[in-house]
Design a protein around this ligand. Structure first.
Ligand SMILES: Cc1cc2nc3c(=O)[nH]c(=O)nc-3n(C[C@H](O)[C@H](O)[C@H](O)COP(=O)(O)OP(=O)(O)OC[C@H]3O[C@@H](n4cnc5c(N)ncnc54)[C@H](O)[C@@H]3O)c2cc1C
Ligand SMILES: *[C@@H]1O[C@H](CO)[C@@H](O)[C@H](O)[C@H]1NC(C)=O
Ligand SMILES: *[C@@H]1O[C@H](CO)[C@@H](O)[C@H](O)[C@H]1NC(C)=O
Ligand SMILES: *[C@@H]1O[C@H](CO)[C@@H](O)[C@H](O)[C@H]1NC(C)=O
Ligand SMILES: *[C@@H]1O[C@H](CO)[C@@H](O)[C@H](O)[C@H]1NC(C)=O
Ligand SMILES: *[C@@H]1O[C@H](CO)[C@@H](O)[C@H](O)[C@H]1NC(C)=O
Ligand SMILES: *[C@@H]1O[C@H](CO)[C@@H](O)[C@H](O)[C@H]1NC(C)=O
Ligand SMILES: *[C@@H]1O[C@H](CO)[C@@H](O)[C@H](O)[C@H]1NC(C)=O
Ligand SMILES: *[C@@H]1O[C@H](CO)[C@@H](O)[C@H](O)[C@H]1NC(C)=O
Ligand SMILES: *[C@@H]1O[C@H](CO)[C@@H](O)[C@H](O)[C@H]1NC(C)=O
Ligand SMILES: *[C@@H]1O[C@H](CO)[C@@H](O)[C@H](O)[C@H]1NC(C)=O
Length: 554
C-alpha cells in the first residue's frame, strides 16, 4: 500500500475551504466538500480523462466531485518540491528533465504499486510522468477500429476542442530555434537517403508511411502541458467543482442497476461513503489498469474476478447483483523493441545533475528567456511507417533519443493494426495483473514485427551508413528486448455488442456500463483499438467526445 494514503493528518473534510492535510512534499488543501453533500457527478481519477471530463461537466453547470488517490504535482496544485533555481516549477514541469524522469525522486513517489505494467498515481495520471510525446491521431485510427458514432467525422470536433486548449508543439523554444540537433541531423540524412519523407507530424497527422518529423510534445508556455494546466484551472473557478486528493475509490455503492455513491479509502486511511444526488452519475476515469479493479470490486466483471475481489477483503454486492461483463478481456498495448545504434553524428546527453542543482547556468539563463534546450523534451526525431503481413497493415513508430555519446536508442513501437490482446485480472492482494500478456500473442504480429525490424536493421547496418548496432546486435535480440509501451487500452471496451450477451463490450456508445443506469467509464480502457502513435492525445480527444455524449443523454 502507498504509505501516503495513511500519512495524512486528520482534517475536517466538511469545512469549506479549511484545514489542510500534510503529505511529504505537498501542501494539500482540503476540498470544500463533505460526505453529506451530494453531487450530480462523481468523477473517479484525476488523470487526463478525468480532468477533461470533470471540467466540461462543470462548464455545463453540474455539481462535480473529482476524486484523486494521489496528490498534485505542480506548485498550483500543492507540490512544494520546486527546482532550486525556480520556486514556481517542479522537476516534472521542466521539459528538459523529462528525459531523466525515471531517475527523479518524483518517479518513485508517483508510480503506482498496485498494477502490473506502468501507471501513475498522481494528479494528471500518466501525463504527469510521461515523455510528453504528443501524437495527433490520424483519421484512420477512428475510421478503422471504432464503431459507428465514433468515426473521425464524429470525433473531429472533439479534437478541435482539445487542440484549442492543449495543441502540442514541435517548436517549444520561444526564440523559434531548435537546440541539440546533432541526432536529428544524422538520422534525417539517413532516412532521406532511404527515400523517406520529412513531415510535420502535427499538421500532417495522416502521413504515417516512411516519414519522419521533429518530435511533437505536450508542452505549452515552455512547461509540461496537459489537463492539469490546460483544463483544471478553468474548473477551479467554479464553486460547483470540488477536488479531493488522497482519496482512493474502492467500489461503487449499488442498489441493483443504480449507483448511489462510492466507497473510498480517504486521506486518513478510513473507509468513507460519498453519496450522489438522486439523479446523479458516477464516471470512472481511473485508467485502463485501475478502472477494472473498481468494477470487479463492485460486482461487475467475470465472476472469477469478483470472487478474487471478495477474497481480497472488499465487500462485494450479493451474487444476485453481479453483472457478467468481459471487464479486463481484450487488454492491448504497444510493444516496444529497442534498437540501439552507434552513429557517426555528434551529440550526447545533457548533464541532468547540473540542471537539477543549478550549475548549468548557460541553459538555465536561456530558459529564463523562454528558450533553449530545457524547453525541449527527450526525443530528437520521431518516424512512422507500416508493413503488411497476411493482408493486415500494421504501423510502427520510432522515437529516437540520445542515450550515450553519439548513440541513439530507437524506441520502436508496433502500433495500430496489431492483432494481439491479453486479459487483465486481479490477485488476492487486490493488485491488477496480466492473466494473459497483451504482447505478440499472434503469429501475424510476430512475423510482422520481425520483418519490420529486419528491414530497419538491414538499412542501419549497411556499410554506407557508418552506423553499428549496440547491445542488441541481431533481429532476435531486438525482438527479445520487448518492453511495455505503457499505452494500455481495451479493458472496458466500448461497442454495440453487449457483453452480457456474449458480446465483447463493457460500455455502450455513450460510455455507459451495460446493465447499469448511471455508471460510465471514460479512460483508455474504453478504446476498442490502439492508435498509430503514442496515445495521450487520443485519450484526450476521446474524453472530450465522451463527455459530450454523456451530457447529451440528460
Ligand atoms: C511512464 C509513462 C510514459 C508514457 N509516455 C507517454 C508518451 O510519451 N506519450 C503518450 O502519448 N503517452 C505516454 N504514456 C501513456 C499516457 O500517459 C496514458 O495513456 C494516459 O495518461 C492514460 O490516461 P487515463 O486518463 O486513461 O488514465 P491515467 O493517466 O492512468 O489516470 C488515472 C488517474 O486515476 C487515478 N486513480 C487510479 N485509481 C484510482 C482510484 N481507485 N481512486 C481514485 N483515483 C484513482 C490515478 O492516480 C490517475 O490520476 C505514458 C505512460 C506512462 C505511465
Ligand atoms: C512542503 O510541504 C510539507 C507539507 O505541508 C511541509 O511539511 C514541508 O515543510 C514543505 N517543504 C517546503 C520546502 O516548504
Ligand atoms: C451548480 O450546480 C447546480 C446543480 O447542482 C446548478 O443548478 C447550478 O446552476 C450550478 N451553478 C453554476 C454557477 O454552475
Ligand atoms: C475519513 O473518513 C473518516 C470516517 O468517515 C472521517 O472521520 C475522517 O474525517 C475522514 N478523513 C478525511 C481526511 O476526510
Ligand atoms: C457504506 O455503505 C455501505 C452500503 O450501504 C455500508 O455497508 C457501509 O457500512 C458504509 N460504510 C461507511 C463507512 O459508512
Ligand atoms: C556519416 O557517414 C555517412 C556515410 O559515410 C556520411 O554521408 C555522413 O556525412 C557522415 N556524417 C557525419 C556527421 O560525419
Ligand atoms: C552539480 O552537478 C554537477 C554535474 O554533476 C557537478 O559537477 C557539481 O559539482 C554539482 N554542484 C553542486 C553545487 O552540487
Ligand atoms: C521560472 O518559471 C517561470 C514559469 O515558467 C518563468 O516565468 C520564469 O522565467 C522562470 N525563471 C527562471 C529563472 O527560469
Ligand atoms: C484483404 O483485406 C481487405 C481489407 O480488409 C479485404 O477487402 C480483402 O478481401 C482481403 N484480401 C484477402 C486476400 O484476404
Ligand atoms: C543474437 O544476439 C544474441 C545476444 O547478443 C546472441 O546470444 C545470439 O546468439 C544471436 N543470434 C544470432 C542468430 O546471431
Ligand atoms: C453465450 O454463448 C454460449 C455458447 O455459444 C451459449 O450457450 C449461451 O447461451 C450464450 N449466452 C447468452 C447470454 O447469450
Amino acid at each position: 500500500m502507498r504509505s501516503f494514503l495513511l500519512a495524512g493528518l486528520a482534517a475536517s473534510s466538511s469545512v469549506v475551504g479549511a484545514a489542510a492535510t500534510a503529505h511529504a512534499g505537498h501542501a494539500v488543501h482540503a476540498a470544500h466538500s463533505s460526505s453529506t453533500d451530494s453531487y450530480d457527478y462523481i468523477v473517479v481519477g484525476g488523470g487526463p480523462s478525468g480532468i477533461i471530463t470533470a471540467e466540461r461537466l462543470v462548464e455545463a453547470n453540474k455539481k462535480v466531485l473529482l476524486l484523486e488517490r494521489g496528490y498534485g504535482p505542480t506548485v498550483a496544485t500543492g507540490a512544494n518540491e520546486t527546482l532550486v533555481w525556480n520556486n514556481t516549477l517542479t522537476n516534472i514541469d521542466l521539459p528538459g528533465l523529462s528525459a531523466d524522469i525515471g531517475k527523479l525522486p518524483q518517479w518513485d513517489e508517483y508510480i503506482c504499486t498496485d498494477t502490473e505494467g506502468y501507471a501513475a498515481c498522481v494528479l494528471g495520471g500518466g501525463v504527469t510522468v510521461n515523455y510528453m510525446v504528443f501524437v495527433h491521431p490520424p483519421e484512420r485510427d477512428f475510421d478503422e477500429g471504432w464503431p459507428e458514432g465514433w468515426k473521425w467525422d464524429d470525433v473531429k470536433a472533439a479534437s478541435e476542442r482539445l487542440y484549442a486548449r492543449n495543441p502540442g508543439t514541435i517548436q517549444p523554444s520561444a526564440d523559434g530555434k531548435r537546440y541539440d540537433q546533432g541526432l536529428y541531423t544524422v538520422l534525417s540524412n539517413f532516412f532521406s537517403n532511404l527515400g523517406w519523407t520529412s513531415v510535420d507530424m502535427i499538421t500532417q497527422p495522416n502521413e504515417k508511411y516512411q516519414v519522419y518529423s521533429h518530435p511533437a510534445w505536450n508542452i505549452k508556455d515552455e512547461v509540461r502541458a496537459g489537463p492539469v494546466r490546460t483544463y483544471l484551472p478553468l474548473a477551479e473557478t467554479s464553486d460547483n467543482f470540488s477536488l479531493r486528493y488522497g482519496t482512493k475509490v474502492i467500489r461503487v455503492l449499488r442498489s441493483g442497476s443504480q449507483v448511489t455513491g462510492v466507497e473510498v479509502e480517504n486521506a486518513s486511511g478510513a473507509l468513507e461513503n460519498i453519496t450522489l444526488a438522486d439523479s446523479g452519475r458516477v464516471i470512472l476515469s481511473s485508467g485502463a489498469l485501475h478502472t477494472p479493479r473498481i468494477l470487479f470490486n463492485s460486482g461487475i466483471g467475470p465472476s472469477a474476478q469478483i470472487e478474487i475481489a471478495e477474497e481480497s477483503g472488499v465487500t462485494v454486492p450479493p451474487k444476485s447483483e453481479w453483472l457478467d461483463l468481459p471487464v479486463g478481456v481484450g487488454l492491448k498495448d504497444h510493444p516496444i523493441f529497442s534498437i540501439i545504434v552507434k552513429t557517426n553524428g555528434t551529440y550526447g546527453l545533457l548533464d541532468y545533475a547540473a540542471i537539477v542543482n543549478g550549475t548549468d547556468t548557460a541553459d538555465i539563463d536561456l530558459y529564463a528567456q523562454g528558450s533553449g534546450v530545457l524547453t525541449e523534451g527527450k526525443h530528437r526525431m520521431i518516424f512512422f511507417s507500416s508493413n503488411n503481413v497476411d493482408n493486415q497493415t500494421r504501423y510502427y513508430q520510432g522515437s529516437c533519443a540520445p542515450t550515450d555519446t553519439d548513440v541513439v536508442t530507437i524506441t520502436t513501437y508496433m502500433t495500430h493494426g496489431l492483432t494481439s490482446s491479453g486479459v487483465l485480472g486481479l490477485n488476492v492482494e487486490g493488485e491488477t495483473i496480466f492473466d494473459v500478456s497483451p504482447y505478440l500473442q499472434t503469429e501475424g504480429d510476430r512475423e510482422a514485427a520481425t520483418a519490420f525490424v529486419q528491414s530497419l536493421v538491414n538499412d542501419i547496418t549497411d556499410p554506407s551508413t557508418g552506423f553499428s548496432l549496440e547491445t542488441y546486435t541481431n533481429v532476435s535480440a531486438i525482438i527479445g528486448s520487448l518492453s511495455a509501451g505503457m499505452h494500455y487500452t481495451t479493458t472496458t471496451k466500448l461497442g454495440t455488442d453487449d457483453g452480457r450477451y456474449n458480446g465483447t463490450s463493457v460500455v455502450d456508445l455513450n460510455t455507459k456500463v451495460y446493465g447499469m443506469d448511471n455508471l460510465f467509464v471514460v479512460d483508455g480502457g474504453i478504446h476498442p483499438d490502439l492508435p498509430t502513435g503514442n496515445i495521450q492525445a487520443t485519450i484526450m480527444v476521446v474524453a472530450e467526445a465522451a463527455v459530450a455524449r454523456i451530457l447529451a443523454l440528460e
